[in-house]
Design a binder for this molecule. Structure first.
Ligand code: NDP
Length: 456
């Protein structure tokens, strides 16, 4: 039998790569990981974690405003961007250390450098060559910018986390996760933010009530939203940036943030030379077991064309570790992946949108809009929206969607219910927790609409 240096060689120490490597080592495999950047990948360094810390920070703005209604007198607060960034960086450095310790404790060898696949069982890291029975590509993705004149003046989320100072006027380009999150965060710090989006409604890929509810709520918090509009050019002048739009108008800005999607990190990895087929997007093409067309090379996380979310990469990492060194797990159910968008207010969602559900059959829609109890005293005019999509034939709940404070925290529990196949009647017999916003999900009784499915 051929002997290899390692049973598993993982390229990339992000969420998926770390999880797969640790689990494989715990199952007895000899594992090495190559990484040339800080450990933890996008989520820890340039994504979920620093973004959530910034989001917490930005929320204080309205907490200070809301405090007066509850009897508090708050002296005029001031905000230091450099202090926040320094504190955030310290926490990220701590997490980088935690990840290193996870490897040490699990007996995983960490190789610092950029890896290149030489053949189906060989990887080079600098001058070193290593052989492995299996190679796992977990290199993630990176932000992309659209091609337009002056785009070199635009930053992406990568740079936004390390700006030396808070820009006063920001144009955010895009209408997806990163655009609405950063627009909210920067507006929370007092920046003048304009979100420019080419489509008719932000968060296009979600249930349409989410974007429709979120846009006016963001506007109330100071984000100017320009829909069905494209940026045609960016020019740098003495007074900052001038952003030209396709409706003929211009915006003055100190910073333009392109939040226009991410692309898989496969360039320069040697994959094609090793015979690995890629999708047109550059993603590694994999089968249901995350194997590429070269059986010994697998890929997980943002480098494949599935769902770009950390918990999904973690699940894929565990699946692959078990597949290679343990017992095969049940396949991941990509349909009921819950997710949150940390816009202000938050969005939480799981399951099918109304449109997706209607394409499959008749549905009942339950929807509630209300002002949360907190705002009776804060005076803030913020609407919470909750929606349940139900299969009219089986009573099964197909989708649960929310815009409002802590939507992600609330939706997580409902994701378990959907995973278990809960019906609307079971929602109805669940006793609510009073007074919460979440109880609304178990007290909505009257459907707002019954919609027949597609004509057959
Ligand atoms: P998204 O795919 O969510 O959004 C990209 C946006 O950019 C869309 O509105 C899209 O418009 C627009 N766009 C794309 N190409 C162009 C172009 N050439 N010109 C103008 N506009 C364009 O990507 P993000 O970058 O926001 O995020 C990437 C992924 O990262 C997300 O899909 C998500 O999986 C993950 N993520 C998750 C987060 C979370 O869990 N909270 C937070 C941040 C990111 P259109 O709709 O018309 O295609």
């Amino acid at each position: 039998m051929t002997s290899y240096d390692y049973d598993l060689f993982t390229i990339g120490a992000g969420s998926g790569g770390v999880r797969a490597s640790r689990f494989a080592a715990q199952l007895g495999a000899r594992v090495a990981v190559a990484e040339d950047r800080p450990l933890g990948g996008t989520c820890v360094n340039l994504g979920c974690i620093p973004k959530k810390l910034l989001s917490y920070a930005a929320h204080y703005h309205e907490h200070f405003e809301d405090a007066a209604g509850f009897g508090w007198t708050v002296p005029t607060p001031s905000f230091s961007w450099p202090a926040l960034i320094a504190n955030k960086d310290r926490e990220i450095a701590r997490l980088n250390g935690v990840y290193e310790k996870l490897f040490t404790d699990a007996g995983v060898t960490l190789l610092r450098g950029r890896a290149k696949v030489l053949d189906p069982h060989t990887v080079a890291i600098g001058d070193q060559q290593v052989s492995a029975r299996h190679i796992l590509v977990a290199t993630g993705g990176r932000p992309t910018k659209p091609e337009l004149p002056g785009i070199e003046h635009a930053i992406t989320s990568d740079e936004a986390f390390h700006l030396a100072e808070l820009p006063g006027r920001v144009v955010v380009y895009g209408g997806g996760y990163i655009a609405v999150e950063f627009a909210s965060i920067l507006a929370g710090f007092g920046a003048e933010v304009t979100l420019v989006y080419r489509g008719a409604q932000i968060l296009r890929e979600f249930d349409s009530d989410l974007g429709a509810t979120l846009a006016p709520e963001m506007a109330k918090k100071g984000v100017a939203i320009r829909l069905t509009t494209r940026i045609t050019g960016i020019v740098r002048g003495a007074a900052g940036l001038t952003v030209s739009l396709d409706d003929g108008t211009q915006l003055a800005a100190d910073s333009v943030l392109a939040a226009t999607g991410r692309t898989p990190n496969t360039a320069g990895l040697g994959l094609e030379a090793a015979g690995v087929a890629l999708e047109q997007s550059g993603a590694v093409r994999v089968d249901a077991d995350y194997r590429s067309n070269v059986a010994s090379i697998l890929a997980i996380g943002d480098v494949i064309d599935r769902v770009q979310l950390t918990p999904v990469a973690l699940a894929e990492g565990m699946y692959v570790a078990e597949l290679l060194f343990g017992t095969r797990r049940p396949p991941i159910n990509y349909e009921s992946v819950a997710t949150a968008v940390f816009s202000h207010p938050n969005v939480g969602t799981v399951g099918l949108s109304e449109a997706q559900a209607r394409a499959r059959g008749a549905v009942q829609i339950f929807r509630s809009r209300f002002r949360a109890l907190r705002h009776t005293l804060s005076g803030r005019d913020e609407q919470t929206m909750m929606k349940i999509v139900v299969d009219a034939a089986t009573d099964r709940v197909l989708g649960v969607h929310m815009v409002g404070p802590d939507a992600g925290e609330i939706i997580q529990g409902f994701a378990v219910a959907l995973q278990c196949g809960a019906t609307k009647s079971q929602f109805d017999t669940t006793i609510g927790i009073h007074p919460t916003s979440a109880e609304e999900f178990v007290t909505m009784r009257t459907p707002v609409t019954f919609l027949p499915g597609p004509a057959s």
